[in-house]
Design a protein around this ligand. Sequence first.
Ligand code: PLP
Length: 426
Amino acid sequence: MTKKPNQGTICVQSGWRPKNGEPRMLPIFQSTTFKYDDSDQMARLFDLKDTGYFYTRLQNPTNDTVADKIKELEGGVAAMLTSSGQAASFYSVFNVCEAGSHFIASNNIYGGTYNLFGVTMKKLGIDCTFFDPDCTNEEIERLIQPNTKCVFGETISNPGCHVFDIERFARMAHRHGLPLIIDNTFATPINCRPIEWGADIVIHSTTKYLDGHATSVGGCIVDSGNFDWLAHAEKFPGLCQPDASYHGLTYAKAFGKNAFITKATAQIMRDLGSIQSPFNAFLLNLGIETLHLRMQRHCQNAQRVAEFLSANEKVAWISYPGLPTDKYYSLGQKYLPDGSCGVIAFGLKGDRDTAIRFMDSLKMISIVTHVADARTCVLHPASHTHRQLSEEQLRAAGIAPDLIRLSVGIEDVEDIIADIKQALGE
Ligand SMILES: *Cc1c(COP(=O)(O)O)cnc(C)c1O
């Protein structure tokens, strides 16, 4: 048997494996539909008796090839692409929840996810309780109810840069027969593989480092295949009882370790349709080919910038798990020994306007809503991404009103620091 390839090799070589005479590069199957010679073949696909392509809303070969590469990077058994990270977050939870269900999520998560869970999913009758991951197990376990279906957290939180104790929360979730869903967007599988720490489902906004060039909004869901749905059949009727919309098929029985992704594809994607465009999947694949190189550079640069900022007297506070003084340094050493990510959160001495003035003075570094791509950029969450949250919700989500989110790119670090220096008036 050949040795399992390392992450850098998977980034470059996995996914598309051309046969003799086929294109070397992953083709874009820009086709809505697929042709069959007889009607029975097509019917078997619709019954999920055969695997194959029939309509791109359900599956597309370009998308599946890229999902396969991400699956391998994360060490999972099955994966699917979605049109955005938001769709991946929603599908991953909705795949185990229905009206009347409850789940718990870390309050230290991306603002869009916080809103999705706290407001929009409530309208569907799915209730989320947010917990502070710094609380004790007893305090958090008290939030688990008989109708609780999953636990959700982010490896490195956007924008606070807090590190989530994956192993601790996996143990807690499993004690209660619940799967742990981890948003691994900021760490990427180069710096952390949550499945190895007990996570059951891993999701990504591929819009960020995986694409890495700010070209394509996208998402991905990876299943570890480790959660035993049938052992908790009463909790997960969607997976463990017959699906009336699929001729009474029971996903957990028919598909075993592939049950979660098969249901999310055959039922949720079929009905809600947040498919990624094959063209975007092509660009995503191109991005992933250099993910291991870019992450290394993002982390080296961010470490230098974090050290510069932490030594600067105009900086009031800084959050970056690579700094030995950081609250999450030891968790970072455990889960992210090779580096965390390029994102730094910090505050300047002064008021909210001090942050705005600093950002407006930057020359090379631009103000964009985006984060985690090749170009260094900056954002003030309280004024931008999180402006729909109240001051109280901001505090609950661990976001200080003066928090500046600096996403350090892969430029020459001396130029990044020089721009920050001049914007600080030095
Ligand atoms: C951006 C982001 C999302 C949402 O992803 P989109 O691709 O913008 O829909 C979810 N989680 C995290 C951690 C993110 O940074």
